[in-house]
Design a protein around this ligand. Structure first.
Ligand SMILES: Cc1cc2nc3c(=O)[nH]c(=O)nc-3n(C[C@H](O)[C@H](O)[C@H](O)COP(=O)(O)OP(=O)(O)OC[C@H]3O[C@@H](n4cnc5c(N)ncnc54)[C@H](O)[C@@H]3O)c2cc1C
Length: 216
């Protein structure tokens, strides 16, 4: 274990295929940062709930934002125990048997508690982190957020207390006797990538797509 590792506890220890598990921030945080959305789980009035939402990470903090009336943000602001999950699907692993077929993936599961950001400075900072996470360069070009808009936005910070990553890479691992079968096997890689930006129908004339939005 290094200084950047989360200690392995009953909460974050991976049981099945533990060799695919990791507990260091250097493995976990790039998985979190590569995602535009996460899923936040909490228990509300005895009912487990999972809600998808935009997120951004800074150090050991995850920022979320939304309408002040959002149940998710209210629950986070109230300090309820939270679990945040992020998953990237990198490929379908096609083995010679269905039993040995699998997926290549990078996933992270984090645990923590949240708090409401109260000051305009804190909120604006978190909103900039979220904006720059999704569209680096946009914060500087977009019309600045007004006080009315800021008041209409709740922003919460979740302190990451512990977490883990689980990653699968590579080809199928078949039963030895299956390798000679006349059945195709391999990996179908999967990737999310942006297509050509589509201008808004009301875009003022003569405005090209900014470089920072291209090739994302
Ligand atoms: C990609 C993505 C990004 C999002 N980003 C944000 C964000 O940054 N901030 C934000 O506030 N919200 C975001 N949302 C919306 C978010 O998922 C919730 O819908 C939102 O928090 C509103 O919740 P609520 O308080 O109205 O409903 P809740 O009281 O939380 O939910 C009530 C019920 O509505 C249903 N429900 C709520 N949300 C969804 C959903 N997304 N899909 C299906 N059923 C649902 C569920 O049955 C839930 O139990 C995002 C959603 C998606 C899919």
């Amino acid at each position: 274990m290094t200084a950047t590792d989360f200690p392995k506890t009953d909460q974050n220890r991976i049981r099945r295929l533990a060799k695919r598990g990791a507990y260091d921030r250097e493995t976990i945080y790039p998985i979190v940062d590569a995602a535009q959305v996460c899923h936040v789980a909490f228990v509300h009035e005895g009912q487990p709930v999972v809600i998808p939402t935009i997120h951004a990470r800074e150090d050991d903090t995850i920022y979320l934002h939304g309408a002040p009336a959002s149940r998710l943000l209210k629950v986070v602001a109230a300090g309820a125990p939270l679990c945040v999950a992020v998953t990237h699907l990198d490929g379908l692993v096609v083995a010679r048997s269905l039993f040995n077929s699998s997926m290549n993936y990078r996933s992270a599961v984090l645990f923590g508690h949240g708090r409401l950001l109260e000051t305009s400075e804190e909120k604006l900072h978190a909103l900039e982190v979220i904006s720059e996470h999704l569209l680096p360069g946009r914060w500087a070009e977009a019309r600045p957020t007004t006080t009315t808009e800021l008041n209409a936005t709740a922003v919460v910070a979740i302190e990451i207390e512990t977490g883990s990553a689980k990653v699968r890479t590579g080809g199928p691992v078949d039963d030895e006797e299956d390798y000679s079968l006349p059945i195709w096997a391999g990996v179908i890689p999967l990737q999310v990538h942006a297509l050509t930006p589509e201008p808004d129908s009301r875009l003022a004339p003569g405005i090209p797509v900014p470089d920072y939005l291209l090739g994302r």
